[in-house]
Design a binder for this molecule. Structure first.
Ligand SMILES: [Zn+2]
Length: 273
């Protein structure tokens, strides 16, 4: 293991190979009997799923696991299975429900680990801001500017989330048809910077800028004392978002490569006759 500067604690340590998406998430994505091609139409991005980089020391890997991943990952949606996060969240009546979307208060629900949800989401956005997670390019996946340093210190428990940051979590009601993950990407909001990332059943939105915090404060799980989580079927929005992002030539190339990989794997799986 190489000894380098750990991106999270900034100490010179032996680094572990970190995966962008925690490895446990593979279990959620596996679909018995499911055609792998359908996974690509849902824009699973296998390259970064498989990418592992020397980024964090053992202690920092453990920290991200203990403070977020360990609680969140087993509670995400799976194929043809229960969706524990949704079930726990909706055990109590919503604080707001207009028939279109419902808002649940995690602060009033002892079965939902609000801190883990926050740390998990912040951890993903932060990881995307410090590395490309791609052999094909150098620059970080998203540019969070100064906020990146705030997220790093937040994850270490050294700072509160900056005043100009809002985190909005949206849970998709079951049955969840989009069992996929997306890397964090920059959204198209014109008034403040926004970033999205999706793991099965959970759509995470990070808003950066004074306007962002102000406008999103009603639904920000961090700053709103209720710790709100929205339940809304945003699947069509996520698909549209991914489609628009996936239209670029760079991603098309990746998609083609993925298709080739899948074909190869399918052939591989064919029983010998
Ligand atoms: Zn470290």
């Amino acid at each position: 293991m190489p000894k380098r500067i750990c991106k999270l604690c900034l100490q010179h340590r032996e680094l572990r190979r970190s995966h962008f998406m925690p490895r446990a998430i593979y279990g959620n994505l596996r679909a018995p009997g499911y055609e792998p091609v359908q996974l690509t139409s849902k824009v699973v991005r296998p390259t970064s799923l498989q990418t592992a980089e020397y980024l964090l020391c053992h202690d920092c890997e453990q920290l991200l696991n203990k403070k977020g991943e360990r609680w969140v990952l087993p509670r995400l949606a799976r194929y043809n299975a229960s969706f524990p996060l949704y079930d726990l969240l909706t055990k109590r009546p919503p604080v707001f429900d207009d028939g279109y979307l419902a808002v649940y208060a995690t602060a009033e629900n002892p079965d939902v680990d609000r801190e883990s949800l926050i740390n998990f989401a912040i951890g993903l956005f932060w990881k995307a801001s410090v590395h490309s997670w791609s052999g094909e390019r150098q620059e970080a996946r998203i540019d969070l500017g100064d906020v990146g340093e705030n997220l790093r210190r937040f994850l270490l428990g050294q700072a509160a989330l900056a005043e100009n940051v809002a985190l909005v979590l949206i849970v998709v009601p079951p049955p969840v048809s989009l069992i996929a993950t997306t890397d964090p990407i920059r959204g198209s909001n014109a008034d403040f910077a926004n970033y999205h990332s999706y793991v099965p059943g959970l759509f995470m939105n990070l808003c950066v800028g004074a306007d962002g915090r102000e406008r999103m404060k009603g639904t920000c799980i961090v700053s709103n004392p209720l710790g709100p989580v929205t339940v809304q079927d945003v699947t069509p929005d996520i698909r549209a978002l991914l489609h628009s992002v996936g239209a670029g030539a760079y991603k098309t190339k990746k998609l083609i490569e993925t298709q080739a990989e899948i074909v190869e794997k399918q052939l591989h799986k064919k029983p010998q006759s």
